[in-house]
Design a protein around this ligand. Structure first.
Ligand code: DC
Length: 227
């Protein structure tokens, strides 16, 4: 097993919606005994605050409310439990309404700057694996290892339907493909923190759903980097 006691590593995992980021990152975190941070959960928690308070997604509203939004991520059993102003919102932030609203809130620079600062803080004292959209391009440009995950859109749609415990039928698959494509389009075309592959990121394709293989591949790449 890889001994990270003498090396502080930062692993940046980026990729589109349902590309396998969180399952792979959680698995690696467990195997290497390092901290896992799901940055999507942070943006989702801010979006939930906006929805709960009937706020329009505007820069002005972010400015007015940013200091009232306290997000805490606690690593529990290898997963992130998410608290919004002290309330556990781990399940709530996965609801479809939140998924649809989050891209509208995550585009503002003022919010992203604040999130980036918090995200960098997580790596102050320990090794970390962090997943998101701009981890390798903005948050940790000097990460030890940058991975860009891709997967066939149909595979991603079925994966997300399973996560949401919905029926896997042609209609649901086609609607989910549509929804994932829309979210990725917004994420890839936003002015700040857009989803894109960092020049020095390594592409890992998860179309064949072999999460264990991807995990082993990424750990081998890390070993190469730090030897
Ligand atoms: O990874 P996810 O699907 O939980 O992300 C939720 C939303 O947050 C998604 O629309 C992309 C956005 N996001 C972002 O803009 N930057 C990140 N670092 C992580 C997520």
């Amino acid at each position: 097993m890889l001994d990270l006691s003498k090396n502080k590593v930062i692993i940046a995992i980026d990729g589109g919606a349902a590309s396998g980021k969180s399952s792979i990152s959680k698995n690696i975190a467990k195997k290497l005994n390092i901290l896992y941070i799901d940055t999507g959960a942070m943006y989702r928690a801010v979006a939930l605050y906006f929805l709960q308070n009937n706020l329009e997604p505007t820069e002005e509203n972010i400015l007015k409310n940013i200091d009232n939004i306290n997000i805490r991520l606690v690593n529990e059993n290898g997963d992130n439990t998410v608290y919004l102003n002290g309330v556990n919102v781990t399940d709530k932030i996965r609801e479809d309404s939140v998924s649809k609203f989050t891209p509208h809130i995550s585009q503002f620079k003022i919010l992203r700057d604040k999130m980036n600062e918090i995200q960098r803080g997580f790596a102050n004292n320990e090794s970390i694996i962090m997943d998101g959209r701009d981890i390798g391009t903005v948050v940790f440009v000097n990460a030890t290892l940058k991975i860009y995950l891709t997967a066939d859109i149909k595979v991603r749609a079925i994966r997300r339907l399973k996560d949401l415990k919905l029926d896997i039928n042609d209609k649901n698959i086609s609607e989910m493909i549509d929804s994932l494509n829309k979210r990725d389009y917004i994420d890839m075309n936003k002015e700040y923190g857009a989803l894109k592959k960092a020049d020095d990121a390594i592409v890992v394709d998860t179309s064949h759903n072999d999460i264990d293989k991807a995990v082993d591949e990424i750990i081998s790449l890390l070993k190469e980097r730090i030897k």
